[in-house]
Design a binder for this molecule. Structure first.
Ligand SMILES: Cc1ncc(COP(=O)(O)O)c(C=O)c1O
Length: 381
């Protein structure tokens, strides 16, 4: 089986598994304990924080370890909303966010906040002009994802960040879960106040992530308790996962240049091959998309049927974002691009990773062609 679902999750690096095992076995102390085992564990935590901070080019004190992308997004958005609600209750986000941002904003609307959901164009990209126009005197937060998890579209984060620098009271949160290690990113230069990352999207363990938070920025903690992670995220630190995450972050960064080149080559080959199959349309924009995601549709063919036919041919892909793949409705994100229901319902997401080989692209296209020949007679298309 060839795994082409790396946006849903990635296979952990063997070195990461080894670090997790070693920390579980040898560094089981609580980093808050004062005895030797606690001090040793605290050292591991400190080292992981240092590695993570270096990779993000932030200070160690700006790194908050969480349980993953969902928690980082919730902590950032709800934390800002609760902390600054007396200043204003307006939030700007987009119609194409992951549910870990979109549904958080929906929850906040129920609590009296006003949210502007910026529309996207046919490529899934928002307009910076529209964002500028959406700003109000009571705006406290702008939350925009870096790379879209369904389409791969890159949002103009640098441009948004540099515009927002003139509004010091509007905080800027970026969900970088799909972008870290794939697309250039600079939290400090781009004026990002809060940035979310997830371990399992970068060959690290599941259930661990980072919320990078600009130094001195106060947010209301989602979890109250022992005051770990600078008081932003209470709870005894998941040290094996944190150490594994740091290992993955370092490895991804070391391999970044060569990986990105390979991913881009493979998605370009996939694009070329799929485009040439009659009835197939590519949904991922040709320019301004991350190197690892290629989304396409075969209007009239149900995505789930095609997914299983591809699986029979030895390839594992997604119909949409993993967390909503069991719903029958077309993807909110794809519908926001205006592509129409039929095309959205037939969308397949192929996402490649560093374990893939560009040769697999040609084989995938062959299998897709054969699968469509088998399916089409039964689909009335
Ligand atoms: C863009 C984006 N944000 C957030 C998440 C949630 O991350 P996690 O699974 O670590 O909670 C995902 C996962 O699919 C994602 O793709």
């Amino acid at each position: 089986m060839i795994y082409l679902d790396n946006s849903a999750t990635t296979k952990p690096f063997p070195e990461v598994i080894e670090v997790v095992r070693r920390v579980m076995e040898s560094y089981y102390g609580n980093p808050s304990s004062l005895h030797q085992k606690g001090v040793e564990a605290e050292q591991v935590l400190k080292q992981a924080r240092q590695i993570t901070a270096e990779a993000l080019r932030v200070k160690p004190g700006e790194v908050v370890f969480t349980s993953g992308g969902t928690e980082s997004n919730n902590t950032a958005i709800k934390g800002v909303a609760m902390q600054y609600r007396s200043r204003g209750k307006h939030i700007i986000t987009t119609q194409v966010e992951h549910p870990a941002v979109y549904d958080v904003c929906k929850q906040l609307e129920e609590c009296g906040f006003a949210v502007t959901y910026l529309p996207a164009d046919g490529d899934g990209r928002i307009s910076v002009e529209e964002l500028k126009q959406a700003i109000r005197p009571d705006t406290i937060l702008v939350s925009v994802m870096h790379v879209n998890n369904e389409l791969g579209t890159i949002q103009p984060i640098e441009e948004i960040g540099s515009y927002l620098k003139q509004f010091p009271k509007i905080l800027f949160h970026v969900d970088a879960v799909q972008s870290f290690g794939k697309v250039p990113l600079s939290m400090t230069d781009w004026g990002i106040d809060l940035l979310s990352i997830s371990g399992h999207k970068l060959h690290g363990p599941r259930g661990v992530g980072v919320l990078a938070k600009r130094e001195g920025l106060k947010i209301h903690p989602l979890l109250a308790g022992g005051g770990q992670e600078g008081g932003v995220r209470s709870g005894t630190e998941n040290l094996p996962a944190i150490a594994g995450l740091a290992k993955a972050i370092r490895m991804v960064q070391e391999k970044q240049e060569q990986t990105v080149q390979m991913l881009a080559q493979m998605t370009a080959q996939l694009r070329q091959g799929i485009e040439a199959i009659p009835g197939c349309v590519i949904n991922t924009p040709a320019n301004g998309a991350a190197p690892h995601i290629l989304n396409f549709s075969v209007p009239g063919v149900k995505a789930e049927v095609l997914l299983h036919a591809l699986e029979e041919g030895g390839f594992l892909v997604s119909t949409r974002s993993a967390c909503s793949s069991k719903q029958n409705e077309p993807s909110r994100v794809l519908m926001a691009t205006g592509m129409g229901r039929e095309r959205a319902l037939s969308a397949i997401r192929v996402s490649v990773g560093c374990d893939n080989h560009p040769d697999e692209a040609g084989r995938f296209v062959e299998v897709l062609r054969e699968a469509l020949q088998r399916i089409r007679p039964y689909m009335n298309v």
